[in-house]
Design a protein around this ligand. Structure first.
Ligand code: BJW
Ligand code: ZN
Length: 333
């Protein structure tokens, strides 16, 4: 894999800090949160970073030589389904062995305190951690679906909530053997993920999981890849919530807010007059939340630490929510 396919750290390092007019006052934010009747949140991979899951554009380790955005497409799957499956099998394994953090718990509690009309969380995350923090399901819309949904690449078959790990004998997550397979495949292929069919697939097609309905199609991760439409029912439910009243406050948490249509909800809220509150480790690339005004808020830091702090005034102490409940048997990592 050539260096041109590596991740974006270098461009990030070169970016100068951006001046923001936004407030950093926790007490002012808490007053706004308390008085807000309707709050919308857009969450991204940074929310789960403290749980040990790599962000989409920050993946490292054995995936450091692959652009995640080049693997998250139907063309990449057509070209080398084994490579794409390894990427997702690895992430399923990591997610199943991760635990929700205080950020997930704080948002789940905010949802309970504000109620269905008062709070809606749009998550781009596919890792299942908000669900495992007992976030009320009606107030959590999964824009990009879930790592644990499976679909057939050829027929309409869909399976929800498949938590098997490994999903299939060919997808056992053993870092050494994956690294060896990735390196062998990249040497023989001179890969162009989106163009021609791979000459030497990372895993032979007949060894990959096949659809139990049509028998011939390959199963694929049920997530939403680039150029695919988001789940229609989810979009309708979001539109209904947005249409049912003005939004007072929009939280933008751990996301570069550059993937659409997810990022557009920040613009919708802002146009309606909502204040924007960003929680992010890095305030230089905030996509659709990039033009913060003096009425907005910016909290730079780890979402797992910042969210309990800034939501504390409304959700109270969180000890009871992260101590015993909700993590089930999948949170052992
Ligand atoms: C921390 C932290 C800590 C780190 N604490 N913070 C309009 C304009 C321009 C383009 C388009 C447009 N409309 C559509 C498009 C095209 C495209 C698009 O948006 N492209 C952009 C790249 C420009 N959109 C689509 O293709 C969408 N489909 C579509 O529109 O279809 C139309 C259609 C209609 C009808 C028929 C057919 C088609 C689909 C988009 C699906 C995106 N899916 C992915 C992959 C999912 C599976 C997977 O995860 O592998 O979703 S892409 C990827 O990006 C993933 C993420 O959910 C998403 C967002 O990433 P996120 O969460 O922001 O992560 P990062 O890594 O970018 O950022 C992490 C952040 O956390 C950083 O800011 C860090 O600083 C921060 N951070 N540690 C707090 N501890
Ligand atoms: Zn099928």
């Amino acid at each position: 894999m050539s260096s041109s396919t590596s991740f974006h750290q270098s461009s990030r390092q070169q970016k100068p800090p951006k001046r923001s007019w936004a407030s950093t006052s926790v007490s002012d934010f808490q007053a706004v949160l308390k008085s807000s009747k309707r709050v919308l949140a857009l969450c991204g991979a940074g929310l789960s970073a403290s749980s040990g899951l790599e962000t989409f554009r920050g993946a490292g380790g054995m995936w450091r030589n692959y652009k995640a955005s080049a693997l998250a497409t139907p063309e990449a799957f057509e070209n080398d389904p084994g490579l794409v499956w390894l990427f997702y099998a690895y992430r399923r394994h990591k997610a199943l062995n991760a635990k929700p953090n205080m950020g997930h718990y704080a948002l789940a509690e905010l949802a309970r305190r504000k109620g269905e009309e008062g709070f809606m969380c749009l998550s781009q995350n596919i890792d299942g951690l908000s669900q495992r923090a007992n976030h009320p399901a009606a107030q959590l819309k999964l824009l990009h679906s879930s790592l644990f949904d499976l679909k057939c690449f050829s027929c309409p078959y869909i399976e929800k909530d498949n938590f098997s790990d490994p999903l299939h004998p060919s997808l056992i997550i053993d870092e050494a053997s994956i690294t060896a397979r990735l390196s062998a495949a990249s040497k023989t292929n001179k890969k162009s993920l989106s163009n021609s069919t791979s000459k030497s697939p990372t895993i032979p097609i007949d060894e990959l999981p096949h659809c139990p309905a049509c028998k011939t199609g390959l199963l694929r991760p049920g997530v939403v890849w680039f150029d695919e439409s988001l789940p229609k029912q989810t979009l309708t439910e979001i539109d209904q919530w947005i249409g049912s009243g003005l939004i007072d406050l929009c939280l933008v948490i751990g996301t570069t807010a550059q993937v659409y249509p997810a990022a557009s909800y920040v613009q919708v809220a802002s146009k309606e007059g909502a204040r924007i509150a960003v929680v992010n480790m890095d305030s230089r690339e905030l996509g659709s939340a990039g033009s913060l005004r003096s009425v907005d808020f910016l909290f730079e830091g780890d979402a797992a630490r910042v969210l309990p702090d800034i939501l504390g005034g409304v959700v109270g102490g969180l000890e009871e929510f992260c101590g015993g409940g909700g993590d089930g048997e999948r949170g052992s990592g």
